[in-house]
Design a protein around this ligand. Structure first.
Ligand code: PMP
Ligand code: GLN
Length: 376
């Protein structure tokens, strides 16, 4: 059978997490927290499981959750949303991204992706019959606007941005947001797909969301994930914020992809939003980032700046000249720590001898992992 995705194999997250299990290594590869979920949320599961909440939710999401998201977006970005027209609850950000691309991108369109880029962007573009245009980020892992302006044309339908950025941990400046506005104003056919799943995980720098720009709002689809915000990656609940015009098209695809998503999880999150503060998330992960970086000081790895997300990039140039994939495999087998090689996030597999560690882990895990890493 002729493959529709001939160049796609098993993702690096599956590969490295499996290796971590096989070799009994500490898993700092795939991005997920290993500490317990908030007791309040567990209580809400018990409470909601006893209620009449087990049948299909409305297609776009439980009204109480749509309302909760609308309040959150208003509070954080002073953006007023109509919960019915502008919000869609999805099975994680992955489904949100797939759905958006299928809904908005036509055959032979071009879609800009900024490398290194998260792995779920390219396949849906190819499945839509469109062409991914992969543009490298600059040395600070921020958009290279000059190159982006050069490569945007009448065929460019979408630019996919990711801020705060996985895998690098970079965070946009206000200037980046202004340049995205300029790009959008210059190209009437262009829309933005802004992946902001780490919107609440920034440290010293503020997060400049597409939601906060009046120019971008009507021309953008903003994606977020409760998996990241509430430490519940396995629940797979995310959401899309979009203008009514874009959302009409997105919902057409959503209703035939999943129709609606997990009702119990939506009810719990809707209750949880009323009692929790997303503002504390940055401080929570800053403590973990600082702890990890401090413990890595005596290692031979060179740590790059980390302004957001729960990922830390490190160069192993002074340790080895192996490819990042080979080095990551040896790290698991010989030193008992799993990480993610960065080259897999580059269209041309460009290998800068960088690997990514996830520090969303409890203190003991970070101590054990860094002890092993410092011995290399
Ligand atoms: N985008 C980025 C940048 C991510 O790191 C992830 C992983 N959580 C996703 C999208 C997918 O999120 P979800 O698990 O909610 O599907
Ligand atoms: N977003 C997670 C990461 O970057 C991985 C999610 C997945 O396994 N697909 O590590």
């Amino acid at each position: 059978m002729l493959s529709k995705l001939p160049d796609v194999g098993t993702t690096i997250f599956t590969t490295m997490s499996k290796m971590a299990g096989d070799y009994n290594a500490i898993n700092l590869s795939q991005g997920f927290p290993n500490f317990p979920t908030d007791e309040i949320l567990i209580d809400l599961i018990r409470k909601n499981a006893g209620a009449n909440i087990h049948q299909y939710a409305p297609m776009a999401g439980l009204p109480s959750l749509l309302e909760g998201i609308s309040n959150l977006v208003h509070k954080c970005y002073t953006r007023d949303l109509n919960p019915i027209e502008n919000i869609l609850v999805t099975a994680g950000a992955t489904q949100a991204i797939f759905t958006t691309i299928q809904a908005l991108v036509h055959k032979d369109d071009e879609v800009i992706i900024l490398d290194p880029s998260y792995d779920c962007y390219e396949a849906p573009i190819i499945l839509a019959g469109a062409k991914p245009i992969r543009i490298p980020l600059n040395a600070l892992f921020l958009p290279d606007w000059e190159n982006i302006f050069k490569q945007t044309n009448d065929k460019t339908r979408l630019i996919i941005t990711n801020n705060p950025h996985n895998p690098s941990g970079s965070v946009w400046t206000e200037h980046d947001l202004r340049l995205l506005e300029k790009l959008i104003l210059k190209h009437p056919n262009l829309a933005v797909l802004s992946d902001e799943v780490y919107e609440f995980i920034t440290f010293e720098k503020a997060h400049f969301s597409v939601n906060s720009s009046e120019i971008l709002r009507d021309r953008s689809v903003v994606v977020s994930s409760f998996g990241k915000t509430f430490h519940i990656t396995g629940w797979k609940i995310g959401y899309i914020i979009a203008s009514e015009t874009l959302m009409i098209e997105i919902k057409k695809v959503h209703q035939f992809l999943v129709f609606c998503v997990n009702s119990l999880a939506q009810a719990c999150i809707s209750d949880y939003l009323k009692v929790t503060k997303v503002e504390s998330l940055g401080v929570f992960y800053k403590i973990k980032r600082d702890f990890f970086r401090e413990k890595m000081k005596s290692s031979r790895f060179e740590l790059f700046p980390c302004d957001g997300t729960y990922f830390q990039i490190a160069s192993y140039k002074s340790i080895s000249i192996e490819s990042d994939l080979d080095f990551s495999k040896r790290l698991v087998k010989e030193f008992g720590v799993a990480a993610i090689p960065l080259s897999v996030f580059n269209g041309n597999q460009d290998d800068q001898k960088l690997i990514r560690f996830c520090f969303a882990k409890d203190e003991q895990t970070l101590i054990s992992a860094t002890e092993r890493l410092c011995k290399i």
